[in-house]
Design a protein around this ligand. Sequence first.
Ligand code: DON
Length: 420
Amino acid sequence: MHSPVPDYLAEVADACAVTTSGEPASYIPELATVDPDRFGVAMATVDGTLYSVGDARHEFTIQSISKAFAYGLAVRELGLEAVLTKVDVEPSGDPFDELSLEPSTGRPRNPMINAGAITTHAMIGGPDISPMGRFEAIHRLLCDLAGRELAVDDEVWRSEMTTSDRNLAIAHLLRSHGMISDSPEEVVSAYARQCAVLVTAEDLAVMAATLTNAGVQPVTGQRVFSGDQVRHLLSVMLTCGMYDSAGDWVSSVGIPAKSGVGGGIIGALPGQVGIATFSPRLDAHGNSVRGIEVFERLSRDMGLHLMEVAPPARSVVHATRVEGSGDDAVRVLELSGTIGFTGAERILRRLAEHPLEERRVAIDLSGVHALHGPARMMLLEATRRMRLDGYEVHLVDPDDVLPDPDPGDGRLLEPLPSSV
Ligand code: DON
């Protein structure tokens, strides 16, 4: 059987290809020379499978999509608290190049607009790093996320530097408020080089899938960000990634995203897929017109909106059985699925409402894919209380989904003896 997924993506791309509204960015002169009809779509899963159609292997400059990843790097290097002292996380409702800072603190409103991105950029690599050293650190991060060495488009970089009066004005304003300390010219030059890194839609889909996959690059297996860093980054992408059309985006697409004036958009739906589109015609907000259309269709057709959550399995206690007989009888509780707070609550309620008759109990996690932190704590606490009630509790955990099973009473849960 041929997977229908690529056929479906091709259908979506064909349907959106008829849209020819919007214009390639021209305030960076070199960007106006691109072929406006180029169009590619790519999707990467958390296990590293890549689907793509059209011009998904055509290189273009990453532009503002780099802001999201550079922000992640600043948070990784300095910690969220330190970064928040210089860049807030409030949607600004302003265009991406607005010359606006919070009146009371002088902080840019968020790291996705240029003011925030220039500040974030300048925080990376410590106080002694050179501006181009900073670019190198961000370039390294982007290569790690893509899983390959990425080139830089020197023409686009030089071109942006011939028209960067606005970014220079922003950088001067930032320095006057103490948000950056290096020379505005050098900072803007290195920031523009970060924006001129060349990527394909396929690269971007895998980079987005790294966020989808809680920070682990799904093809190379490299951990790039921690789970907490990704959670924060995706929250900021959701609320600020599409600038002054962020509200529309959240209601019609509902996927944390970031766009760039090179024509790219990435979307990362936690636990599911990384998506990237490339089409250079932009709307008035600087977001790709066809890209938005593709995302709207995928979200609607495939139920990819964040607010559209499949109900958790009604029964996480998949089955129970008794092994052995008489005093040696063991009641085995087979759990299944991915267990979070609500799943664990069900298990605990069942144990509380229907006390088990057998004195020996085994919790079988063979069918459990993942046990979230709070569920782990709840399950261990339940076993501690069962012991206090006189039960002998064992664990069947062939995939080690509950490592170090310490209920906090000084006795780790033991595997079920093979003699049963
Ligand atoms: O700083 C700039 O203006 C560009 N290098 C990046 C802007 C951008 O991509 C805005 N996104 N849609």
